[in-house]
Design a protein around this ligand. Structure first.
Ligand code: IMP
Length: 427
């Protein structure tokens, strides 16, 4: 397997964790390169459910090394909890997990400011509906050059001085603008130095590690978090996350040049979901939406929020295929559509009387787009026992062929249940 990247082509929650776990068997390294604890990647093995926020979904594969690279923003308390949970469940990740010394850290004030800005924005209808994990404020500090990185945990005087400097500004806002109690730099430094000691055995120069790995011909699997339509540059701005949750973020988030990425697999759910605010032209509401939400277990893996539900949107998906240079697709949760007599697919939008096939740059325009739906024949058979392409009912195969033709991209993997062994290669 050459170096492969797994990217969501929708608004996240496409089932990337499951696809990464499926492909991890052939990979030497699985690499997370952006986002942070806003992600919730779910893998189910023998009825046991694992939800990963930072740790790459390949961790359950004993042979695979897992890397949290420099582009990820790490909340160390959450990461340690995740590691302890894995230990309790008997997953041995010693010599398997590597954490970048350059990754930025999510600090307690980032979560506080995430809440402050969401509360302020909700008063004028501009809420993003973030996960409140401090992701946006952490990336803001990174760009503003006042972030704190993993390597700072191993130089206590630098960490303490940096925290004093950062909090001298932030505490003014916390007290005077938001009317809350200031934070104590010494207390935060003590907590973070403790986290640093716990993480120490795993912290390395991941740039070096990954370059050495490629030089030795090792197979890398890059695991995107969120999805292309949530990307800071290409998503439905401003209703997006704060990182490049697309293939364009790989080099920046790992230090590996683009030429090292051979294959890009786009993951699409057979329908569509979105969690948080923002435009969603093919959204459906009411009883049908609730039925699909329940059948698909469409509740946020990180926040538990009910996901909004809609039909597959080929306008957004083809835009994502182009942005990422997707070579092949993995389609997940096809089983959830069983029992629909017709399966609508959004093939274009109608905007101010015109037919639109390009994904608009402006969220306000997208919010006014109405979906043009093509009705596909449905199927009544349950799919969760299907183990190969041939076992799929003809209408389900036709649906997949239509998606392939419309996106001009072959479907290579199909998944029909949350269980690991119900994922197969397409023909
Ligand atoms: P943030 O990443 O917490 O700042 O949230 C920004 C937007 O991205 C919100 O709409 C979130 O619901 C969405 N989001 C962030 N992470 C995920 C994810 O892993 N899956 C789906 N949506 C996400």
């Amino acid at each position: 397997m050459p170096s492969v990247c797994v990217i969501g082509v929708q608004w996240g929650d496409e089932g990337k964790g499951k696809i990464v776990d499926f492909l991890a068997e052939k990979a030497d390294f699985v690499v997370r390169y952006q986002g942070g604890a806003n992600a919730g990647h779910t893998v189910v093995i023998d009825g046991q459910k694992y939800v990963f926020h930072h740790v790459p979904s390949g961790i359950l594969n004993r042979r695979t090394k897992c890397v949290i690279a420099n582009g990820v923003v790490i909340d160390p308390a959450t990461l340690i909890e995740e590691m302890e949970d894995l230990e309790k469940r008997g997953v041995d990740f010693r010599n398997h997990l590597y954490i970048s010394d350059r990754a930025h850290l999510v600090m307690p004030y980032h979560k506080l400011f995430d809440r402050f800005s969401e509360t302020a924005a909700s008063k004028n209808g501009m809420k993003i509906g973030t996960t409140l994990r401090g992701i946006g404020p952490c990336y803001q500090d990174k760009v503003a050059r006042r972030g704190i990185r993993v390597c700072n945990l191993y130089d206590p005087p630098v960490l303490r001085a940096r925290l004093r400097q950062v909090l001298s500004e932030k505490n003014v806002l916390i007290r005077k603008v938001y009317g809350e109690k200031p934070l104590h730099p010494g207390k935060i430094a003590d907590d973070y130095l403790r986290f640093g000691r716990r993480l120490r055995p795993f912290v390395v120069d991941t740039i070096r590690l990954l370059h050495d790995a490629t030089a030795r011909g090792r197979q890398l699997l890059f695991e995107g978090a969120q999805g292309t339509l949530l990307s800071i540059d290409f998503g439905t701005y401003p209703f997006v996350t704060s990182s490049n949750s697309d293939a364009c973020g790989i080099s920046q988030g790992t230090g590996l040049p683009p030429a090292k990425i051979d294959r890009i697999i786009g993951v699409a759910k057979a329908y569509l979901t979105r969690v948080g605010e923002g435009p969603f032209p093919s959204e459906i509401k009411g009883k049908l939406a609730s039925e699909i939400r329940e059948k698909g277990g469409e509740y946020g893996a990180t926040t538990g929020r009910p996901r909004r539900v809609g039909w597959l949107d080929l306008v957004g998906a083809s835009y994502a295929v182009r942005i990422n240079g997707i070579n092949e697709l993995a389609v997940t949760k096809l089983d959830v559509l069983s029992g629909q007599s017709k399966v609508p697919v959004c093939v274009a939008y109608r905007y101010r009387g015109s037919l639109v096939k390009e994904f608009p740059p402006d969220a306000a325009a997208l919010a006014k787009c109405r979906p043009v739906l093509k009705m596909m024949k449905g199927w009544s058979e349950e799919l969760s026992e299907c183990r190969s392409w041939r076992e799929l009912p003809p209408a389900a195969r036709q649906y997949l062929r239509f998606v392939e033709d419309s996106l001009q991209t072959p479907i290579s993997v199909v998944s029909v249940s949350h269980e690991r062994n119900r994922t197969f290669f397409a023909e």
